[in-house]
Design a protein around this ligand. Sequence first.
Ligand SMILES: Cc1cc2nc3c(=O)[nH]c(=O)nc-3n(C[C@H](O)[C@H](O)[C@H](O)COP(=O)(O)O)c2cc1C
Length: 236
Amino acid sequence: MTYNLVVCYNTVVIYNRVVKDDDMPHLLHIDSSIQGERSVSRSLTARAAAAWLAAHPDGTVSYRDLGANPLPHLNSESGLARMVPPDQHTPAQAASWELSKEVVEEVLAADTILLGLPVYNFGAPSSVKSWVDHLVAPGLSVDHATMTGLLGGRDLLVLASRGGGYAPGTPREGWDHAEPWLPHALSLTALEPRFITAELTLANVNPQMAELKPLAAESLAAAERAIDAQWAPLAV
Ligand SMILES: Cc1cc2nc3c(=O)[nH]c(=O)nc-3n(C[C@H](O)[C@H](O)[C@H](O)COP(=O)(O)O)c2cc1C
């Protein structure tokens, strides 16, 4: 077995896990919904953050709102920052690389990451795609020489919400391209997302889905119960 030991931004990398240089538990809380107060994923990430803090009273939290402040999309001026060596970056690439560093360092600092993931137009919000595009960066989140991920060993809990239902046997089975996409998109970094999902959320606002309200309520309640059980002390 080979040991992968490198120094990276004041942290030590062992295997594909970057060990933080302090023992304080740290939570990174990320929202991406554009729906403000009525957002279901925001209510779920807030519930999860409160549950995490209750279980980690000495913990610290940082927050990123991709819905309010999306990262710029990779474009033809900046996008190659992740392929061109930093000492050859153009000013636009250097600025984009700095953003990647910021995003990666936020994840490296965290033991637990909460990500709100709505479904928009059958996929993830473009702001989450852009966050992933900045996060997957050889030399920062992926070891350049071996292409092994450097973000493994963290808990990434995704609080997903979708207006419809895409379960097996439903008319649009398989049309949700947000949840199946994310593990693939993050695989190079070694982050492995877990999901808690509330579905049929549009039943509460779309009269044509009114008969699905009980199922929507059930789905939301199950998601909330799953969140509440995450860091609860084990009953003995
Ligand atoms: C721009 C937009 C596009 C949407 N597209 C879909 C869709 O393709 N499929 C779906 O099931 N729900 C869709 N919805 C409904 C959302 O998935 C639903 O409102 C969900 O609760 C989103 O999470 P949020 O409440 O945290 O924003 C869409 C909502 C918006 C605002």
